[in-house]
Design a protein around this ligand. Structure first.
Ligand code: AMP
Length: 492
C-alpha cells in the first residue's frame, strides 16, 4: 500500500519519506541526550519543506464515493495533510495508511494537549530527576517508559526509558510545522506515532519500549476532601440508588446530610454525581459541602433539607395542608433551578418530585441532577438496558432515548401534576407500557382539582408531542412567576 501511495501521490514524496519511514535506517546509533552534555543534534535546523500536519477526530461515518475519497468511521483519528475547499486530504492513523479526501465538516481538530493527557505514557509536571526515580521504583521495570515535558526546552518533550538499572533520557524535537523527531529525517505527526516507530525499531535507541510507566496515584485531595472523623452520623433519612442518606453533624456544629456509598463498584457513578455537584452552583440546586473519599465507604456531604423529598412531603400531613399559593411557590422554585441548568446546557433526565428536596420555609432544591436513573424498580423500567422512569419521561426519550432540555420540560409538566395533586402518582392504574401507548395516541393527564386552567395550560404546553413546540424553562419560570405574583397581590 505504501508503494501505491508513493506512486500515485508523488507530490507528497518528501512527506512520505518522513511520515512512513521504511524500516530502520542504517548506521543509526542514537546517543543519549543529556542537557548537561548538550543536544544529540546540536546543529539540526528544522527542515524547511516539512508539510503542516494536524490531528483530527472523525465526528461522523463517511463512506468513500470514489477512489480518491477515504472512508472513515466516527471516533477515528486521522492526520490532515492539507485542506481543499470543503474537503481535506487525510491519512488514516490506524490500520492501513490509506490517504484520500474527507469532507472537512465531518472532522474536528484535536489539540496535542487533548490527546496527550489521555495517554498512559504521558506524565505531566515531572522533570528528569523525578522521572528517573519513578521509573526505577516498583512496579516499573526494564522497558518502562514515559514522555514528559522538557525542562529546558519549553513546548518540547523528553522520552525517558528504563534500561535495566539505568534510566535514559532522549530529547524529542518539535518541528515548527508541528511534527516530532528524535533523529533528523524521521519525523512523525504525533508522539503516539513516534513511540510506535521506536517500539518496533528500539535498537535505534538501544532501549526497548516495553510498557508505559505506572504512576502510583496519591489519593485524590481537593478543597472538598475532609477527614471522616469530622462527621457524626445521627439518624437515617432515606435510601437511594447509591446507598443510605443520613442526617449528621459536621465538626459538632453544622447539621448536614451524608450520602454513604453502599457498593465500591458504583464508585464511578458516585464520582460523576460529585463532579456535577462541584461544578453546578445555584440556590435552587442542592449544595455540596464536603467529601470523604479516602478509604471506604465514600461520603458525599450536602446541606441538610429537613423536610426530605418533595414527593413524600406532599403526601405528609403537613404537605396536605399546603395552599395553592404554596404549590405555586414550589413550582416557581423548581423552574428557577431548571432555568439555571438550561443556561448551563445540563439535562437532568430524572426531574420528578422524588428528586426535589424540601428545607425549612418550604425552600426547594433540585437534587440528583445528571444521573440518578438507576434501580428504583417500581418507577424505572428497562428499555435497551437503560432504566428509565417511564411515566416522567418524554415519549422521544422513553422510546428513542433522545434526551434534551425539552424532554426535561416534559418531566417538569409531570412534576407540576404531582405538585397540584399533592403527590399523586401520574397515570395511576396504568402500567408503563399502557402509559406509552396512551401518550402516543394523544392522551394527556387530566387537570387536577386544585390547579387553575392557566397552570393546566402550562402543563399541556410541556406535553406537546414535538419537543421544539414545548416552552423553555426560562419561559415557564417567567409565566409562573407572573401567575404567582398575581395570586399574591392581584391588583399591584
Ligand atoms: P437519593 O439517594 O439522593 O435519592 O436520596 C434518598 C433519600 O434520602 C431522598 O429521597 C431523601 O428523602 C433523603 N435525602 C437525600 N438527600 C438529602 C438531604 N440533603 N437532606 C435531607 N434528606 C435527603
Amino acid at each position: 500500500m505504501d508503494q501505491f501511495i508513493r506512486k500515485h501521490l508523488t507530490f507528497l514524496n518528501t512527506f512520505w519519506g518522513k511520515c512512513l519511514p521504511n524500516g530502520v535506517p542504517s548506521n543509526h546509533s542514537l546517543d543519549l541526550w543529556d542537557p548537561a552534555q548538550g543536544s544529540l543534534h546540536p546543529t539540526l535546523d528544522p527542515d524547511p519543506v516539512e508539510p503542516m500536519v494536524s490531528l483530527f477526530g472523525v465526528l461522523y461515518d463517511f463512506t468513500a464515493r470514489s477512489a480518491d475519497e477515504l472512508s472513515v468511521n466516527r471516533g477515528d483519528k486521522i492526520c490532515v495533510l492539507r485542506e481543499e475547499g470543503g474537503y481535506v486530504l487525510a491519512r488514516r492513523l490506524s490500520g492501513e495508511a490509506l490517504v484520500g479526501y474527507v469532507p472537512a465538516n465531518y472532522l474536528s481538530k484535536i489539540s496535542q494537549d487533548e490527546t496527550l493527557t489521555q495517554q498512559p505514557w504521558y506524565i505531566s509536571g515531572i522533570g528528569r530527576n523525578k522521572a528517573t526515580l519513578l521509573l526505577l521504583s516498583p512496579p516499573n521495570r526494564h522497558g518502562s517508559f514515559l514522555i514528559r515535558d522538557s525542562e529546558s526546552n519549553k513546548g518540547e518533550y523528553s522520552l525517558s526509558v528504563r534500561n535495566h538499572a539505568k534510566v535514559r533520557h532522549f530529547r524529542i524535537y518539535k518541528h515548527p510545522a508541528g511534527s516530532f523527531y528524535l533523529e533528523k529525517g524521521h519525523t512523525f505527526p504525533s508522539l503516539e506515532q513516534l513511540l510506535a516507530y521506536y517500539t518496533i525499531n528500539w535498537k535505534v535507541i538501544q532501549s526497548p519500549l516495553l510498557q508505559p510507566c505506572i504512576q502510583k496515584r496519591a489519593p485524590e485531595t481537593d478543597q472538598w476532601e475532609r477527614p471522616r472523623s469530622e462527621f457524626q452520623l445521627w439518624r437515617k433519612l432515606g435510601e437511594g440508588c447509591f446507598g443510605e442518606v443520613w442526617e449528621g453533624m459536621w465538626k459538632n456544629t453544622v447539621p448536614v446530610a451524608i450520602k454513604i456509598m453502599k457498593q465500591a463498584d458504583m464508585r464511578d457513578d458516585f464520582v460523576k454525581e460529585i463532579q456535577n455537584l462541584k461544578s453546578l452552583k445555584h440556590t435552587r440546586l442542592i449544595k455540596l459541602l464536603a467529601i470523604c473519599s479516602v478509604g471506604e465507604p465514600v461520603y458525599i456531604v450536602t446541606e441538610l433539607m429537613r423536610k426530605g423529598n418533595l414527593h413524600s412531603y406532599l403526601n405528609s400531613a403537613a404537605g396536605q395542608e399546603l395552599t395553592t399559593h404554596h404549590l405555586l411557590s414550589i413550582s416557581c422554585q423548581v423552574a428557577d433551578g431548571m432555568t439555571y441548568l438550561e443556561e448551563q446546557h445540563v439535562v437532568h433526565r430524572d426531574l420528578a418530585a422524588r428528586n426535589i428536596l424540601v428545607g425549612d420555609d418550604l425552600a426547594c432544591k433540585i437534587a440528583d441532577f445528571g444521573l440518578a436513573r438507576l434501580l428504583k424498580d417500581d418507577i424505572y423500567s428497562t428499555t435497551s438496558n437503560v432504566m428509565i422512569p417511564v411515566k416522567w419521561t418524554a415519549p422521544e426519550a422513553a422510546i428513542y432515548q433522545t434526551y434534551s432540555l425539552k424532554s426535561d420540560v416534559w418531566s417538569y409538566g409531570i412534576l407540576l401534576y404531582e405538585v397540584f395533586t399533592y403527590g399523586q402518582c401520574p397515570y395511576e392504574g396504568m402500567t408503563n407500557q399502557e402509559t406509552i401507548q396512551q401518550i402516543s395516541r394523544g392522551y394527556r393527564l387530566p387537570r387536577p382539582n386544585s390547579c387553575s386552567p392557566e397552570i393546566y395550560s402550562l402543563m399541556l404546553e410541556c406535553w406537546k408531542g414535538h419537543p421544539e413546540d414545548r416552552p423553555s424553562f426560562l419561559n415557564l419560570r417567567d409565566m409562573l412567576f407572573s401567575i404567582y405574583k398575581w395570586t399574591h397581590h392581584p391588583f399591584s
